[in-house]
Design a protein around this ligand. Structure first.
Ligand code: ZN
Length: 475
């Protein structure tokens, strides 16, 4: 006798989509196949008319993070105990946050600190990218191999300072010498580089120039963090990766230039992957002029309608592998506090909306296949970042992490559809299809509009990347 059966839904697997039954024993999937009336279980979920996909993976979140755009204060984004409630309602079963390693600490100490913050605090499963920033001593790079062996195989670097330097702001940028060193170590030990790629010269010069010209209003952010900057930094990063043998996962690809650079590298069989944000695919710099326009902003910046098209083409096709949020949950007042090019609050609030928005905009409005939908919301992130096959796939042996989407839901989102903070940038957006049930390791944690798990249900997941991901573009 099984613990749980999900019966009658359209089930999305890498082998195809079918009206199959999923059997769960304990935390794992043990059966996927044609319904067998003799199957018995302690609990049956009827999913007729619904779509069953792997639980969403949010590969890019900054919870309990210092809000560095306003360096005078010590304000933090909402922590995992609050934000992961929204993830659970939105069909997300695992998130990857960041553990920043600055010059005065080292990898084990930073990881220890971050892990303690998450213990007993997250509703959904989690891990951390290690973020390397500033003038790090070389001994830190000797710790990369151990971190990978311990289950943390992804290393985030910034190729630029996203804002002008400030005495109360820790540096984010890693110079290309250190990036080359990190890439060499990551490549040697089976890690991947997670890169925020903008050209530091272009961006910092633009800040200087726009200030001098008196063009400091935030609606100009796309001209400061511009398309050329993305092209230059993506290309330089890809060249460095090629020289060192490293794989690269570009976070928040925002422009056609980024998509093209990644597509070209993949054409040369390099292990290069692009992430974009549903905010970047759905909004443009024109939206900055709306009353709540900075709700949609994160650094680098929103771009143009043509860039939206390129991002969707990449998602429906092959060039863009994942969708993420760059989740940075704050109150509306804090999100809208900055108005200038150098102080608009970055980050997004949208991890709860991502699965529903990508379903509507990808599957319903742009003909994305259900297999591709599962890939860009879950499977690819799992494979590229080392959660696979435990996460990101509906298959025997994998964790029973599932999102059930009701494609009959047709509504305009309101504040009441969300469970985090005091606003959502997606209020007013029409969706067709929305997650209604979320199952994590065999437990229905959201069902019938109610949360059935609390902070602490989520567990740390150790990661290991399949070598094929690091050899060629394999996701
Ligand atoms: Zn980010």
């Amino acid at each position: 006798m099984l613990d749980l059966i999900i019966r009658g839904g359209r089930v999305v697997t890498p082998q195809g989509v079918g009206d199959w039954t999923i059997g769960v024993q304990g935390e794992r999937i043990v059966w996927v196949g044609l319904d067998d009336p003799s199957l018995q279980a302690g609990r049956v979920i009827e999913a007729a008319g619904k779509i069953v996909v792997p639980g969403g993976i949010e590969p890019h979140a900054h919870l309990a993070s210092l809000v560095t755009m306003h360096p005078g204060g010590r304000e933090f984004t909402l922590g995992p105990e609050e934000d992961t409630v929204g993830m659970a309602f939105g069909g997300v079963t695992t998130h990857i946050d960041f553990c920043f390693v600055h010059p005065k600490t080292d990898i084990p100490a930073a990881l220890d600190h971050r892990r303690k913050r998450w213990e007993g605090a997250s509703v959904v499963d989690y891990s951390f990218h290690l973020a390397l920033g500033g003038a790090l001593p070389l001994k830190i790079f000797d710790q990369i191999g151990d971190a990978i062996a311990e289950g943390f195989p992804s290393f985030k670097v910034f190729t630029n300072e996203t804002l002008p330097p400030h005495p109360h702001r820790l540096p984010f940028k890693l110079d290309f010498g250190r990036i080359e060193l990190a890439m060499t170590r990551a490549a040697r030990h089976g890690g991947i580089m997670v890169v925020h790629a903008e050209d530091d010269d272009i961006v910092q010069f633009n800040y200087e120039r726009f200030r001098e010209e008196g063009r400091t209003e935030g609606a100009n952010l796309h001209l400061v963090h511009n398309k050329l900057s993305e092209r230059l930094a993506f290309t330089r990063t890809i060249q460095t990766a090629h020289a060192t043998g490293a794989g690269v996962y570009f976070v928040h690809t925002s422009a056609r230039e980024g998509v093209e650079a990644v597509n070209e590298a993949r054409g040369h069989n390099l292990p290069i992957y692009a992430e974009t944000l549903h905010h970047y695919a759905c909004f443009s710099a024109d939206d900055y002029r709306q009353p709540r326009g900075f709700c949609y902003h994160t650094y680098p910046s929103l771009k143009t309608a043509d860039d939206n098209r390129a991002l969707w083409q990449g998602l429906v096709g092959d060039a863009v592998s994942t969708t993420a949020t760059d989740e940075f949950p704050t109150s509306l007042a804090l999100k809208l506090r900055g108005k200038r090019i150098d102080d608009v609050t970055g980050g997004n609030l949208g991890a709860e909306a991502r699965m529903g928005i990508v379903y509507t905009e990808g599957v319903v409005n742009r003909g994305m296949s259900l297999e591709r939908y599962a890939a860009v919301t879950s499977t690819n992130a799992a494979r590229i970042l080392g959660l696979y096959p435990r996460k990101g796939v509906i298959a025997p042996g994998s964790d029973a992490d599932l999102a059930i989407i009701d494609p009959a839901i047709d509504k305009t989102l309101t504040r009441e559809d969300f469970h985090v903070s005091d606003y959502s940038p997606w209020e007013g957006w029409r969706v067709r299809g929305w997650p209604v049930t979320t199952i994590l390791r065999g437990v229905p944690i959201v069902e019938n509009g109610r949360l059935h798990a609390g902070p602490g249900f989520g567990q740390l997941v150790k990661r290991k990347i399949d070598p094929v991901i690091l050899r060629r573009p394999a996701s």
